[in-house]
Design a protein around this ligand. Structure first.
Ligand code: ADP
Ligand code: MG
Length: 381
């Protein structure tokens, strides 16, 4: 993204850029004398103004990745750059370059808000602006009070605010010094669901308005898909996929990503040709450039949105084993006669009960296919 797109930024003299590049970073912790690999040759980049979310199971290395960028973790290997600055460079356990946290131009937003309890909202936001002149500081604080809709609360102490308001103060405080990058570690997880959705949308809008590069760590993949331009999926200290949400969901690069992102189950298939498969749903044709060989056994990912109720007398029989009414649609858990489990979303007027037998059709635009393994339940909860 060029500086020309930063009209808001130019107006208020925001710093341009915010390009992050992490290259082949590894980091180990020693726990009870055992070395734990928290980051294993991690590489990625964030473009200026891009909103990236890192998702993955607990302990996969998400927080360590943010701490690496913030300067709280020094890796044994690898390089981290922010625009033209090398923040850290290490090779074979020796660090040749290290810029301390306070000189990195990076803002942070955490789950526990970390506000100064004895300072007013105004003073919390002004805290990182002591280098500015009185007038400049006032202007800057007022701008971020307005952006986060906190003008009416500027004289209050954090304890006199709701959780959502406190997080907006933390956001204003993080953005006011005009960092080049904002790091967020599960910033909404202590808030209830409605407030979380509302605040995450507000934060997204503000960051886009500021054209700020941002890296959000969350275990809530719905939040990640809703907010992020790009999703990084991590497991065991490695990045498995780094791609736009749509691609991660529809074109997962491996079984881990397929299982971790969204709902979905695998059904067994046997290749008839390089791109046509015999399954319980009849023949499924893959639109991509597949190169399977005849009789190859494969697992085909079926997402809930790939399944439809078939016309009378057609389709594959399935029994409803569980149902959850969700307003406009219902979420169904289904079992085929061979025991294969599937999930589907149907409009709620197509109303079935647990124990009913229904008939299913598959409408998959492009199939996600992996070599056959014993079929596992998704790791999602
Ligand atoms: P996540 O944020 O994805 O839950 P973390 O980055 O916190 O995961 O942790 C990655 C791995 O590193 C885990 O195995 C964790 O136990 C270990 N780890 C994280 N921080 C420390 C630390 N300060 N000391 C020792 N081990 C740590
Ligand atoms: Mg964490």
């Amino acid at each position: 993204m060029s500086g020309a797109n930063r009209s808001v930024g130019q107006e208020v003299n925001l710093p341009v850029d915010g390009r992050v590049s992490v290259s082949k970073v590894s980091h180990h912790f020693v726990n009870n004398r055992e070395s734990v690999t928290a980051l294993d040759r991690v590489s990625f980049s964030v473009e200026p103004g891009e909103f990236v979310s890192i998702v993955g199971p607990s302990g996969c290395g998400k927080t360590t990745t943010l701490r690496l960028l913030a300067g709280f973790v020094t890796p044994s290997e690898g390089t981290v750059r922010l625009d033209d600055k090398t923040l850290v460079e290490s090779s074979k356990g020796k660090t040749s370059q290290f810029i301390p946290s306070e000189n990195r131009g990076i803002g942070m937003l955490f789950q526990d808000f970390a506000l100064f309890p004895h300072l007013s909202v105004y003073d919390n936001i002004a805290f990182g602006l002591r280098h500015l002149s009185g007038n400049e500081r006032k202007e800057r604080v007022n701008r971020y009070l307005a952006l986060t809709r906190l003008e009416a609360f500027q004289d209050r102490k954090p304890r006199e605010l709701s959780g959502g308001q406190q997080q907006r103060v933390a956001l204003a405080r993080a953005l006011a010094p005009h960092p080049k990058l904002l790091l967020m570690d599960e910033p909404f997880s202590s808030l209830d669901t409605d407030l979380r959705r509302q605040l995450s949308q507000e934060v997204y809008d503000i960051l886009k308005q500021e054209n700020m590069s941002a890296l959000l760590v969350t275990h809530d993949q719905q939040e990640a898909m809703q907010m992020a331009d790009v999703i990084g999926v991590m497991n065991n200290g490695r990045i498995h996929q780094w791609a736009p949400s749509y691609e991660v969901y529809h074109e997962p690069v491996n079984r881990f990503v397929a299982n971790f992102i969204g709902h979905g189950h695998f059904v067994l298939g046997t290749a008839n040709t390089k791109s046509n498969f015999e399954t319980q749903f009849g023949q499924l044709e893959c639109q991509c450039n597949c190169t399977w060989e005849e009789n190859d056994k494969v697992d085909i990912l079926i997402r809930p949105d790939d399944l439809m109720v078939a016309e009378e007398g057609k389709g594959t029989p399935a029994m409803v084993t569980k149902k959850s009414f969700q307003g406009a649609h219902s979420h169904y858990w289904l079992r085929l006669s061979d025991g294969t489990c599937l999930e589907a979303f149907f409009p709620s007027h197509q109303d079935f009960n647990v124990g009913d037998w229904i008939h299913l059709d598959v409408d998959a635009q492009h199939l996600v296919i992996f070599p056959h393994e014993s079929i596992q339940a998704p790791e999602n909860t």
